[in-house]
Design a protein around this ligand. Sequence first.
Ligand code: ADP
Ligand code: MG
Length: 386
Amino acid sequence: MSAARDVILPGATLGVLGGGQLGRMFVHAAQALGYGTAVLDADAQSPAGCISHHHIRTGYEDAGGLSELARRCAAVTTEFENVPAGALDTLAASLPVSPAGRCVAIAQDRAAEKAHFVRCGVPVAPHAVIETPEQLAAVSADLLPGILKTARLGYDGKGQARVQTAAELAAAWDALGRVPCVLEKMLPLAHECSVIVARGRDGAIVHLPVQRNLHRDGILAVTEVYEGNLPPAQVRQALTAAQSVAQGLDYVGVLCVEFFVLQDGSLVVNEMAPRPHNSGHYSQNACDVSQFELQVRCMTGLPLVPPRQHSAAIMLNLLGDLWFPPGAADQTTPAWDKVLALPGAHLHLYGKTQAKPGRKMGHLNITAATPEAARATALQAAAILG
Ligand code: ADP
Ligand code: MG
């Protein structure tokens, strides 16, 4: 009885902190279900703000902005893990907020995140936390060669340095401004995978199929999801680990857990994102429920039905580099008409007018009846885009 009353039905307004592409696709999913939306982001041109019913143009810690968001909305979520956890806590005093500030705070800090994975009994890369010169001096030679990563605010391979020796490690820590870091042993990767889980307020948990990911220059380039993309034992391990990570946080919302698969076939958890993730975008066209609809369902208390994948899928990220083909003097528009002539090609652009190398401008989901057909179409799309 009370559980039913707690459900926030379509017609209500849902809020999101952050106006990037993940917020934009959340807004699309919420509006498709008949919700109103409010986006809080200081940027007047933000991809989500410019399509939302309401766009509150303030910073995340602006008391006026947060109180307007709370006044307009029945529930709030985030699309950005670096939103100050205190902003989520402030909002949580007056309305349901998912995920909780304490979960986002853990995901914001690689050291806290790793400690959480260890608590859950999930394997992590051998690592050391470096916050002081003493900790730097005490680093075991076993961790080299390694990757030094800032504990906070790293993304798409930024805030990282690969180091071979203790001297390089010391120089890299200096170059990163001696901020708190985690040094991870460089592992022999066979490939990378990730899984999206969605956990409701009642603890019910569903997941999307496990994604196989290819990164280029530290940025996700391609995600492949179909029967046989990964050995069944790896799929089972990834799902079990992701569920323990979500349960261990008493998490409510959509959570992505990323893994390394080592050359010996073993699985190591890399990091988590307390929100929908780039590697889950294929679900928009290949599954009957997308990761963004799952986000809406989690925050409103709507039922979490297990998602079903109906098509083989390949997602290609569209970076700003595509807008600057070799020889072009200025920014050009890629040949979307030719791409959209391919059967099963679904184009998602984020409405960013200014392309920059490495900037995520959109993605292309390719769906097909078989993995072979999806791969053939992906190759054609790549050839068109150059
Ligand atoms: P980001 O937050 O930028 O995504 P990640 O920790 O996921 O940072 O690192 C980015 C990429 O660098 C990974 O996807 C992986 O390809 C590579 N990488 C990171 N850590 C390691 C490691 N310990 N061993 C080998 N490769 C790694
Ligand atoms: Mg990563």
